[in-house]
Write a protein that binds this ligand. Structure first.
Ligand code: MG
Length: 249
């Protein structure tokens, strides 16, 4: 058993089934001692919102934290995001221009200020409107020369991100920082914004049993041997997948 990097989404992936989370924590603590483990949480939440969750759930201390859908990276409890990562995202990112274009789309409802961040603009969008609106929005942004990425998740959240700012790119950046290969990396998720974790290359992926329809559909069309679809929900699905890939016994 060798050291590996576990990168997991939080809501409805790591968190959502308390007894399963406690069992997974036990296993991960043993793994940390016996073979070495790098633990990374990757969430759509802001740092503030992450701290609220952490006060409510029994979560192990991570080695790094990725917040705001891959756009901020924190190490070892620091409250200052990795400046090199921020600088990468800053190239070509024009937040004010994004806001001026999205203002023309009445069906986009801006999320509260607490959910906004320097490299992410977030809206609520009804799933019934998304199919028609997203391609039109994509065109409108690109006509203005804005190189951005649209990420629709959980049938409600629309995040507009810098082109290189999703969860998958943040994972690859962290692999580089930690010096970990794709084969030593396993990513876990349940919804649309986790898709980027499963699309980067040869990292192993675990989709938990309670995954959203949008991610299950993506898996049906793009699945590979590197991606395991668990039967169990939330943390139970993570443990099932870690055993499937023989990261743990
Ligand atoms: Mg989630």
């Amino acid at each position: 058993m060798t050291k590996f990097l576990l990168i997991t989404d939080l809501d409805n992936t790591l968190v959502g089934d308390r007894p399963a989370l406690e069992q997974l924590n036990q296993t991960l603590m043993q793994v940390r001692q016996a073979q070495g483990l790098l633990l990374v949480y990757s969430t759509g939440r802001s740092l503030t919102s992450f701290n609220q969750l952490r006060s409510q759930e029994p979560m192990l201390v991570p080695d790094a934290l990725v917040t705001s859908v891959g756009t901020e990276i924190y190490y070892g409890g620091s409250t200052t995001p990795d400046p090199d990562w921020s600088e990468k995202l800053n190239q070509g990112w024009q937040r004010e221009d994004v806001l001026s274009i999205t203002a023309h789309f009445n069906d986009l409802v801006l999320q509260p200020e607490a959910e906004q961040s320097p490299y992410k603009v977030s809206f609520f969008l009804e799933p019934s409107l998304a199919t028609d609106l997203l391609p039109r929005l994509d065109v409108a942004l690109h006509i203005r020369g804005l190189d951005v990425k649209l990420v629709y998740s959980g049938g409600k959240d629309l995040d507009i991100l810098p082109l290189h700012g999703d969860k998958g790119q943040a994972m690859q950046y962290l692999r580089g920082q930690f010096g970990v290969t794709a084969e030593q990396t396993v990513a876990c998720g349940d919804s649309g914004n986790d898709q980027a974790l499963f699309s980067t290359g040869q990292e192993r992926g675990i989709i938990v049993g309670n995954a959203c329809p949008e991610l299950l559909q993506w898996h049906q069309e793009n699945g590979s041997d590197y991606i395991y679809l668990a039967t169990a929900n939330c943390a139970g699905g993570i443990l099932e997948g870690l055993r499937h890939f023989s990261y743990v016994k």
